[in-house]
Design a protein around this ligand. Structure first.
Ligand SMILES: C[S@@+](CC[C@H](N)C(=O)[O-])C[C@H]1O[C@@H](n2cnc3c(N)ncnc32)[C@H](O)[C@@H]1O
Length: 403
């Protein structure tokens, strides 16, 4: 048993000092953050190797979860700038800085303390989770983490406090204090989180996202880390002096960024889920937005009519579609017009057609309310792949009076 532990430790300390040929994605430095984030969020980043600058280019290591040709195609579909796949020598990351190595070490140490480290453990250890989400001090593992037959047997043989000890060590290795496991988002009207707490007293999390304070119960409410680029993009649009309606505010994913970074004068945040409203109200106070954000609790079919004619901008952030409120959103805009940000899941081959159809529908609604506007698509943002071939997009629409 001791031998296996020593072997694993050897492999890891050896690789610590060596360079090795590694598969990389090459892009220009200024696009590096976006590509890095994409690889990380999709569990494709090879964290045992260090990224490398080569002149104006950045080489980001990827693991072989996906073959090179498929990855090349996905990257081409994802980004509107050039990326290449190559193989170059990269140095290893220091083991202590690498959460995958820390996780591996923690699991080996626990198995060993339970006298359960067998030869076949090595296979199982190559199957440890490759990605996770960290919200405050809560680590959220993917649904499939530690549920194989191997782990089921191990947990069956252990007592409660030993399992707690295991989960706690996993949390620590990944930079947290508490641990949870994700389950699919509920198909209820709230799109509730069904995250299962594995260790910790409760699921309340607090953290900073681009300078904005968030707080909510992560076992009850979902937070899509994958939308970070969109939160940043929305926050960087100037909304100085504007009144904004956020029709699906959640815990303030976009509301808070628009209030702090876009400098909107006032945001009407509509939300139906009491658990999300708790988070939203907490954030309203924590960020000092009592004057600039009004929370409208309830179904937006009922709250939006109270806001007709008041907004310079409406944000419609519901997937797979926010179409249920397009008519309301048109009516919420001031008579002179304004902006809409429409979230939607759209097949990659259907983007142009969907954009054209959406504008047509909006024109129809505007016309039926006597709003003689020019309605045009200013930008289509591809936020992330929702599923293979389906993009989560945001269409920025400008509505203005004909000159
Ligand atoms: C999916 S969340 C927003 C998630 C966000 N886009 C992100 O980045 O994670 C959508 C929110 O809309 C709320 N919602 C759904 N239907 C609603 C309705 N009819 N009226 C008001 N809020 C609603 C849900 O409770 C949820 O908090």
């Amino acid at each position: 048993m001791f031998k296996v532990v020593a072997l694993i430790a050897d492999i890891m300390s050896d690789s610590n000092y060596q360079s090795a040929m590694t598969n990389v994605v090459l892009c220009i430095q200024e696009n590096g953050e976006r590509v890095h984030r994409f690889l990380q969020e999709n569990g494709l980043l090879e964290t045992t190797r260090k990224p490398k600058s080569i002149g104006k280019m950045l080489a980001l290591p990827f693991n072989l979860q996906v073959n090179k040709k498929d990855l090349e195609e996905i990257l081409q579909d994802t980004f509107d700038f050039e990326v290449q796949i190559d193989s170059i020598e990269l140095e290893a990351t220091e083991t202590s800085n690498n959460p995958h190595a820390r996780l591996h070490r923690a699991v080996v140490a626990w198995l060993s303390s339970q006298q359960m480290l067998e030869n076949e453990s090595e296979n199982m250890l190559s199957d440890l989770p490759k990605k996770w989400q960290l919200l405050g001090d809560l680590v959220i593992l993917p649904e499939a983490a530690f549920i194989s037959e191997y782990w089921r047997e191990i947990f069956n043989k252990t007592r409660r406090h030993e399992r707690d000890d295991f989960w706690f060590n996993v949390a620590k290795a990944l930079g947290g204090e508490r641990l949870a496991r994700q389950h699919p988002i509920a198909k209820d009207k709230y799109r509730s989180s069904q995250t299962e707490l594995l260790v910790g007293e409760n699921g309340w999390v607090e953290f900073l996202d681009h300078g904005v304070k968030f707080g909510f119960d992560a076992t009850k409410v979902m937070f899509s880390a994958g939308n970070v680029t969109e939160r940043r993009r929305i926050g960087s649009i100037t909304m100085d002096g504007e009144v904004v309606v956020d029709a699906y505010a959640g815990v303030g994913y976009y509301t808070l960024h628009m209030a702090l970074r876009s400098k909107a004068k006032h945001i009407h945040a509509c939300e139906i889920n009491p658990d999300s409203i708790s988070g939203l109200s907490w954030a309203q106070e924590a960020n000092g937005f009592e004057q600039s954000v009004t929370v409208h609790s309830g179904d937006n079919q009922e709250t939006l009519p109270n806001l007709y004619g008041q907004a310079d901008r409406c944000h419609l952030g519901l997937l797979p579609s926010s179409e249920a409120v397009w008519d309301h959103a048109i009516r919420c805009l001031k008579p002179k017009g304004g902006w809409l940000h429409i979230h939607m899941n759209v097949h990659k081959n259907n983007l142009e057609e969907w954009t054209a159809e959406t504008l047509e529908t909006l024109e129809k609604y505007a016309g039926s309310h006597g709003r003689n506007w020019q309605i045009k698509a200013a930008h289509l943002e591809r936020v992330k792949w929702f599923s293979p071939h389906v993009w989560h997009v945001v269409l920025d629409v400008e509505c203005k009076e004909h000159s």
